[in-house]
Design a protein around this ligand. Structure first.
Ligand code: C2E
Ligand code: MG
Ligand code: MG
Ligand code: MG
Length: 294
């Protein structure tokens, strides 16, 4: 009976697995085509100075407008792109498109000298010896100063990082490009090597700050994590700030920089330009509430 149950379970499970595998294969093929067909685009989420709400930069986040399936978010296709190697083409497209957008903002408006563009890179891209050359070329062809660019890499990429990855990071640093650890606190980070990495900023994962306003112990813990990052000589950015309470609590801890739905969701390039042009501080809801009572 146990055998039978096992078999019937398999029979129910197999088509699902086959379907999932087929979907991944289709997604990979269609993604490769989609790059050439202009189906990819970028959203830009503001990074904010917590004390003032001033936008000090943006993170470029990829989206895919699929002709049949509609809008597809990165969590649905980045891992497939990594498994199939398509991430190299995707990554090149992202870097170029993001830098071109910053060049357009620079031409239209005057960007503050400290305005930064953050671009996510997958570990696979760091393993390419030609990455640094590509970044250098993209910067010089778009006329963007290397100091405006920050590369975000998840913690896990550092953990498995070998010589080539370290070479890439050091060479990017040497170019003047900043390096940031993304999703800090979710992987298995070794604190001892935090100090030795060619990294300037650490983006603390949203799972760490989710409960800070409800749980004093968690607030204390985040305070300690912040202290650790500072002791390593790095600056912290807090992601996933969804409420005023969280923003206020982080500010009391002396945290300077953050990002999250409370301030702004990822925006279209034109919306970013409008904020830059008007010098509006975030969150926008406060500005519009003020406008409606005026
Ligand atoms: P990430 O780099 O950690 O980006 C932050 C994600 O959290 C984004 O999701 C953003 O929209 C979302 N987010 C921002 N604020 C909040 C908030 O307050 N609450 C909540 N719940 N979420 C918030 P998105 O755009 O779906 O991207 C997911 C992940 O996909 C990114 O995580 C990044 O790892 C990856 N990704 C996105 N764009 C690229 C890219 O161009 N290249 C690569 N290699 N990966 C990318
Ligand atoms: Mg990121
Ligand atoms: Mg993150
Ligand atoms: Mg993430």
């Amino acid at each position: 009976a146990a055998k039978e149950a096992g078999r019937s379970q398999n029979m129910a499970f197999e088509p699902v697995m086959l379907y999932a595998r087929q979907l991944r294969r289709d997604t990979a093929t269609e993604l490769r085509q989609g790059i050439g067909r202009n189906e990819l685009f970028l959203a830009f989420q503001p990074v904010v100075e917590l004390a003032t709400g001033r936008m000090t930069g943006v993170e470029a986040l990829i989206r895919w407008r699929h002709p049949q399936r509609g809008l597809i978010m990165p969590d649905e296709f980045i891992s497939i792109a990594e498994e199939t190697g398509i991430i190299l083409d995707v990554g090149r497209w992202v870097l170029r498109a993001a830098l071109e957008q910053v060049a357009r903002w620079e031409a239209q408006l005057s960007l503050e000298p400290d305005f930064k563009l953050r671009v996510n890179l997958s570990a696979k891209e760091l393993q390419r010896l030609d990455l640094v050359d590509h970044v250098r070329r993209a910067l010089s062809e778009t006329g963007i100063a290397p100091g405006r660019l920050v590369i975000e890499i998840t913690e896990s990429a550092f953990v498995s990082g070998g010589d080539v990855e370290m070479y890439s990071l050091r060479s990017l640093n040497a170019l003047g490009v900043g390096i940031e650890i993304d999703d800090f606190g979710t992987g298995y980070s070794s604190i001892s090597y935090l100090r030795r990495l060619p990294v300037q900023t650490v983006k603390v994962d949203r799972s760490l700050i989710r409960e800070i306003s409800a749980d004093p112990g968690q607030l204390q813990f985040v305070d300690a994590v912040h202290g650790l990052i500072q002791a390593a000589g790095m600056e912290a950015v807090f992601e996933g700030i969804e409420t005023l309470d969280q923003a206020a609590d982080l500010l009391v801890l002396g945290c300077r920089s953050g990002q999250g739905y409370y301030f702004s969701k990822p925006l279209e390039a034109e919306q970013v330009a409008a904020i830059l042009e008007s010098g509006t501080t975030l969150p926008l809801v406060q500005a519009s509430a003020a406008a409606s009572t005026a």
